[in-house]
Ligand binder design. Structure first.
Ligand code: ASP
Length: 306
């Protein structure tokens, strides 16, 4: 099996001045994950490593650079899933750590549970030796500005609040195993304790070796209503290609609950797609030593991996 990795840096409307930063970020993340796959690493490790790159990059709404909740604080959600055995781990409303995706993986591997939230997640992080950092260290000037200007969002929060750079990755490794990972700061001005789609299995992501893997981004409450990741897997189970399944899933979310978003998908044969119903979604993919990047509908810049 030829390995493939696809990453996204959030669906929505991207401010022009940050576009280059987004492109560079997703390329770096995809190459990091591909490097792992090329060295016969597992899909699970590749998606985690790719997402860590994006969590550490202040352009994206995950880890450092996360958006702020109604009281101006960071609370993050993340999920990881292993297509080999349907094991999954997630954290929600977690604070004071740099890489929620790594904590999600520890939840999967070291506990009997699948989702730990707020205080319990922090206690578990401490017990696992994950360094605690002041939550302010995760806040950028840009997220503070965004918070201030969004304190009284317009009449359409669905449109005004998405597109702030949630991150995710899907991969298939040389053994045909698939995995997904998704990480986010959520929505600007969300209520304290709000748990979004990202932390919820079948919404923020899903991975099953029999069919493929999906990571989602967009308006979380809409994604949860249609369990978008699992819906797309269902479509592939019925014989659709990743592209058809992604289109059908996003179309259903738009018509049924007026929700917008984006997805990255890989199937068990290594076919993949990056699709979105928002104006833009930053994504990058590597397959056959070719790196592809896009932001706008129909865009696919291709370059060889150095
Ligand atoms: N889905 C994320 C959330 O609602 C936000 C996003 O993807 O932009 O928490």
């Amino acid at each position: 099996m030829k390995p493939v990795i696809v990453v996204h840096g959030g669906a929505g409307t991207i401010v022009k001045e940050y576009e280059e930063g987004y492109r560079t970020g997703v390329k770096r993340a995809a190459l990091k994950g591909y490097d792992c796959l090329r060295q016969k690493g597992a899909a699970l490790t590749a998606v985690e490593e790719a997402v860590v790159v994006l969590e550490n990059d202040p352009h994206f709404n995950a880890g450092y650079g996360s958006v702020l909740n109604e009281e101006g604080d960071v609370e993050m959600d993340a999920i990881i899933m292993d297509g080999r055995n349907l094991m999954s781990g997630a954290v929600s409303a977690v604070r004071c750590i740099a890489n929620p995706i790594t904590l999600a993986r520890l939840v999967m591997e070291k506990t009997d549970h699948m989702l730990l939230t707020c205080k319990g997640a922090s206690l578990f992080a401490k017990a696992q030796g994950i360094p605690e950092i002041p939550n302010e260290k995760l806040i950028t000037e840009r997220s503070r500005e965004r918070w201030k200007t969004n304190l009284h969002p317009g009449s359409n929060p669905v449109v005004s609040q998405i597109g702030l750079g949630t991150v995710g990755a899907v991969a298939i490794d040389s053994e045909g195993n698939v995995a997904c990972a998704t990480s986010t700061g959520g929505l600007t001005n969300k209520m304290i304790g709000r748990v979004g789609d990202t932390a919820c299995i079948g919404s923020g992501g899903y991975a099953d070796n029999a069919f493929g893997a999906v990571s989602t981004t967009g308006h979380g409450e809409s994604i949860m209503k249609v369990t978008l990741a699992r819906l797309i897997i269902n479509h592939m189970e019925q014989g659709m290609s990743p592209e058809e399944a992604a289109e059908a899933g996003l179309k259903y979310m738009k018509t049924r609950v007026n929700g917008l978003g984006g997805v990255i998908v890989v199937n068990s044969s290594g076919d993949w797609t990056a699709k979105f119903s928002t104006k833009q979604m930053t994504w990058a993919a590597v397959q056959d030593d070719q790196l592809q990047v896009g932001v706008y509908h129909g865009e696919k810049d291709t370059m060889p991996v150095g």
